[in-house]
Every structure is written in C-alpha cells, then in structure tokens.
Write a protein that binds this ligand. Structure first.
Ligand SMILES: Cc1cc2nc3c(=O)[nH]c(=O)nc-3n(C[C@H](O)[C@H](O)[C@H](O)COP(=O)(O)OP(=O)(O)OC[C@H]3O[C@@H](n4cnc5c(N)ncnc54)[C@H](O)[C@@H]3O)c2cc1C
Ligand SMILES: NC(=O)c1ccc[n+]([C@@H]2O[C@H](COP(=O)([O-])OP(=O)(O)OC[C@H]3O[C@@H](n4cnc5c(N)ncnc54)[C@H](OP(=O)(O)O)[C@@H]3O)[C@@H](O)[C@H]2O)c1
Length: 282
C-alpha cells in the first residue's frame, strides 16, 4: 500500500487482502515431511518440516494442515481429514536457506490434531495449504519514515510463535532504534518457551523487555521480567499511547478480544491493533 510521511505506522490501514487470501479455499496444497520433533514444555511440541512446496511466507503468517482423523467407534471416519491452522514459528529466512519451517503445537486433551501430531514420526507426510494471515510487521522502509513509539507484541502460549518467526525482522528494527516490548502469558514458569530466542534480541544499549505473565504461579524473580496475572494486567502498566504505539495480539481468543476491547476503550484506533485469534475448530 502507498505510504506517506504523514501516516503513523500505529494507525496505518491493514494491508489490502491479497489475491492469495481472497482465494483461501483454492490455495494450492503441498506436502510437508516431518523431520524433527522437540518438546518445548510438557505439553507443547515443536515440529520441523521439510518442504519444497512452500516457496515463501511473511513472518507472522499461518498454514493449515489436513490431518487424518483418528478412528472412532466402528471406524466410520476412515479416509476423512480435519483441517487445523498453525502459525509458522520459524523465520522466512530459514525456509529460504534450508527449505524447513517449524510450528509449535499446544497439545490439548482429546484433541484430534493433538493426537495426530503426538503420534507423528519423522518421515510422516502431511498435506498443507497456505500461507495465510495478516499478523505481519510493516516493512522497514515504512517504519523508517515514521516509526511507532513502541511495537508491543503480546501473546499467550503458542501465540508467541508468530513473534519468533519475526525475530530477524525484529532484530533489524531494533538496530534501527525501534523500541520493542514483548509480553508472554502462560500458566506457570515451566510453560515458558522460546524465551532465550526472544532474549537474543536485547542488548545493553537497546533492551527489548520480555515480560512473562504467570497466571497460576507466584512470581519469584521480578527482576527477570516475571509478572503476576494475565498479560492484560501488565499491558495496563505500560502507559500505552494511542496513535503512537502499535500493538499485536495473538493466541487465546478471549485474551485477544479482551485486550482489543480495552485498547479501543483507551483510544486506540482499531487499525493500530493487529490480532490473530487461535479460535477453536469446534
Ligand atoms: C489462525 C490460527 C492459528 C493457530 N495457530 C496455532 C499454533 O501456532 N499453535 C497451536 O497450538 N494452536 C494453534 N491454533 C489452534 C489449532 O488450530 C487447533 O485448534 C488446536 O491445535 C486444537 O486442535 P485439536 O484438533 O488438537 O483439538 P480439537 O479436536 O479441535 O479440540 C479438542 C477439545 O479441546 C478443546 N480445545 C482445543 N484447543 C484448546 C485450547 N487451546 N485450550 C483448551 N482447550 C482447547 C476443544 O474445545 C475440544 O473440547 C491456531 C488456530 C488458528 C485459527
Ligand atoms: N501443565 C499442563 O497440564 C498444561 C500446561 C499448559 C497448557 N496445557 C493445556 O494446553 C492447552 C493450551 O494451553 P496454552 O497454554 O497454549 O494456551 P491457553 O489455554 O490459552 O493459556 C495460555 C495463558 O493464557 C491465559 N488465559 C486464559 N484465558 C485468558 C484470558 N481471557 N485473558 C488473558 N489470558 C488468558 C491462561 O491463564 P489461565 O489458564 O490461568 O486462565 C494462560 O496463562 C490447554 O488445553 C491447556 O489445558 C496444559
């Protein structure tokens, strides 16, 4: 979209819907091969896939998997598939260099995709379509013209995956002097992951705070960025400025809606808040 110096990135229009997103259902499907799994926490599994079918994506986007449905009573689900979406947790640069991408899956009890991914072994092949989504960063050229005061990236659980995908872009932005603030909401300390990756953004001259909001555990180390409660509690302490700051929200749909409503109530224009809700499939 055209960009003028009078526009503030925090209040820019959402990018126009691309032909790719318009033809959501008619996107080509390609195969991906699982090459590695790694536990990030007790209930979060990172899966790494090799593919030559996904040529590019923008950091922050997601892909949709077609997964074989687990057998039910009477085996009446034979041959059926379910469709589930996952944010890409690795960078576009990694796809370009190695032909791989990663997703981080929070395994839910009795979840159909959860069961499928838990059982998957290296060598398993899945049909995937995408990329989709608009939770993407403004390009550096746009930010060089008029930068937002702060870029505030908020996620719960695997809702942090898009920000991990953005790390090379965020590093570049930080080097240009852009202030960045990350908020991660989890139940307990042991549910945190990708923390070292986010800490790699920071240096003494230009710290990039990572606030870890623990909803079900007493905090022991406030100096390390621990906070009690929900991400909303911490967000309210950040003295955010409507029209100046640009906020991203991703993950738990109730959190996203709650933060969005609060920010709009604070005077944020809707287009200054970008969001991706991990809505459940049923
Ligand atoms: C755009 C988009 C991006 C997404 N990205 C990610 C991602 O990067 N990582 C990720 O883990 N998920 C992501 N999700 C959610 C994901 O698509 C699935 O919904 C999720 O993995 C559960 O699927 P399932 O088949 O295992 O559970 P289902 O079989 O659909 O559900 C089983 C049961 O678990 C409940 N349930 C499902 N999800 C949750 C949950 N999170 N918490 C509590 N209960 C739940 C359901 O209500 C149901 O009762 C995303 C969703 C969208 C729309
Ligand atoms: N140890 C475990 O057994 C364990 C650990 C982690 C996840 N899980 C399971 O994994 C699945 C997905 O979990 P997840 O951690 O990725 O995502 P999640 O369920 O969305 O929770 C992530 C964080 O978001 C918080 N949250 C929930 N509702 C919110 C709201 N309205 N506003 C703001 N924050 C809110 C949660 O707090 P609260 O839940 O405290 O409200 C938690 O701190 C769930 O089925 C979960 O039960 C299990």
């Amino acid at each position: 979209m055209p960009w003028t110096p009078t526009q503030v990135p925090g209040v820019q229009e959402q990018p126009p819907v691309t032909p790719v997103e318009k033809s959501y259902m008619s996107q080509p499907t390609f195969d991906v091969e699982l090459i590695r799994t790694q536990w990030l926490t007790d209930s979060t599994l990172e899966l790494t896939f090799q593919t030559d079918g996904l040529s590019a994506f923008e950091a922050g986007q997601f892909v949709s998997f077609f997964l074989p449905l687990e057998k039910e009573n009477g085996d009446n689900t034979k041959g059926k598939t379910i469709r589930r979406s996952y944010s890409v947790a690795s960078s576009p640069e990694e796809l370009k260099a190695k032909g791989v991408f990663q997703i981080a899956v929070a395994l839910v009890p009795n979840g159909q995709a959860s069961a499928c991914f838990s059982a998957a072994q290296p060598g398993s092949v899945f049909p995937v379509t995408g990329p989709f989504g608009q939770l993407t960063l403004p390009v550096p050229e746009q930010l060089q013209l008029v930068a937002p005061d702060r870029l505030v990236l908020v996620g719960t659980g695997t809702g942090m995956a898009p920000y991990r995908s953005m790390l090379p872009q965020l590093q570049q932005l930080r080097q240009q002097g852009q202030k960045i603030h990350l908020l991660m909401g989890v139940r307990q300390r042991c549910d945190l992951f990708y923390v070292d990756d986010f800490h790699s953004l920071t240096n003494e001259e230009q710290p990039v705070p990572l606030d870890c909001c623990l909803s079900r555990e007493e905090i022991t180390d406030p100096a390390a960025g621990e906070h009690s409660g929900y991400v909303q509690d911490r967000l309210a302490e950040l003295s955010l400025l409507p029209g100046r700051d640009l906020v991203y929200l991703c993950g738990n749909p109730y959190m996203v809606e709650d933060c969005f409503t609060w920010l709009v109530g604070k005077g944020f224009e809707k287009r200054s808040v970008r969001k991706e809700k991990y809505v459940l499939s049923r």
